[in-house]
Design a protein around this ligand. Structure first.
Ligand SMILES: CC(C)(COP(=O)(O)OP(=O)(O)OC[C@H]1O[C@@H](n2cnc3c(N)ncnc32)[C@H](O)[C@@H]1OP(=O)(O)O)[C@@H](O)C(=O)NCCC(=O)NCCS
Length: 248
């Protein structure tokens, strides 16, 4: 596995991918002080504010708001726009994309942390999951994973099984999200490496996709979380940033 070098930065000092030609991955916590709600809501457009209003659970509400505001702020700084002026379109499965197509990006959040990835070219998808207990783990694996993946999880010792399950899950989902599909596409149509030591790779992809043209990266965005990045451009210049002072 490639060594990951996360560095800490505030929003104001994030590197802009177009200028230095890399994929930027930003991780950030989604917990926020109540006093920040107003300024974050100002970043959203009316339909996003309406969606935020409809969420009931405080965690889901907070995660949505921080994720959207952060995505808009990063994209705004890359495009030279105010966060609120960034325009999105959505594909048939709900994937937000930039209306002017200048960058491909993707966002994921799970139980208090989020991942955002941005690239000037190609398709990109990210997924983050907090590693939390799964009841009937093997049943779920058999339902969603390929026989080779199920076997790898089945023979792992019990302490490693849970992390392996999430590693496989996030890798598949990152690919599906890069395409702007939904999980209904079928997680078992994508086969991923399960080995911890070997650089993550796709072993098999759905029709019309060559695994060799896709890059896959295992991400460790925060203790207790696993993540994955899939994109169809080379990942030689991957820049990983923890943005814990996201309000700066
Ligand atoms: C996309 C999907 C796999 C993500 O699932 P998840 O693990 O619960 O969510 P994540 O936190 O990883 O990602 C959510 C973010 O991905 C982005 N996203 C939404 N739909 C997406 C899609 N189809 N592909 C890629 N990214 C998508 C959004 O930025 C979203 O953030 P938001 O909820 O704050 O708007 C899942 O929601 C799905 O299967 N969606 C398809 C639903 C569908 O078919 N809808 C059709 C009618 S719109």
């Amino acid at each position: 596995m490639r060594r990951q070098v996360w560095r800490q930065a505030g929003l104001a000092s994030l590197p802009i991918p177009r200028e230095i030609g890399h994929v930027l991955v930003v991780s950030f916590p989604t917990a926020m002080p109540a006093s920040a709600t107003g300024s974050m809501l100002e970043c959203l457009d009316p339909s996003e504010r309406e969606r935020w209003n409809r969420f009931q659970a405080p965690r889901v509400k907070g995660e949505f708001l921080v994720g959207k505001a952060m995505a808009r702020r990063i994209l705004g700084s890359a495009l030279g726009l105010r966060a609120g002026d960034v325009r999105f379109t959505h594909n048939a499965k709900g994937k937000p994309e930039l209306a002017d197509g200048a960058y491909a990006f993707n966002l994921s959040h799970s139980h208090g942390w989020a991942l955002f990835a941005l690239t000037p070219s190609g398709r990109i998808g990210v997924d983050i999951e907090r590693v939390r207990p799964v009841t009937d783990l093997m049943d779920l694996a058999r339902r969603y994973f390929t026989p080779a993946e199920v076997e790898a999880i089945g023979i792992a010792d019990s302490a490693a099984q849970l992390e392996l399950f999430y590693r496989v899950w996030t890798r598949k989902e990152a690919f599906i999200k890069a395409h702007g599909l939904g999980v209904a596409y079928g997680l078992d149509r994508v086969e991923v490496s399960t080995d911890q030591e070997v650089k993550p790779h796709f072993a098999r992809l759905g029709e019309g996709e060559n695994p060799l043209t896709w890059s896959l990266e295992h991400l460790e965005p925060a203790p207790g979380y696993v993540g994955a990045l899939a994109c169809d451009v080379g990942l030689a210049d991957l820049m990983l940033v923890h943005c814990v002072g996201w309000m700066d």
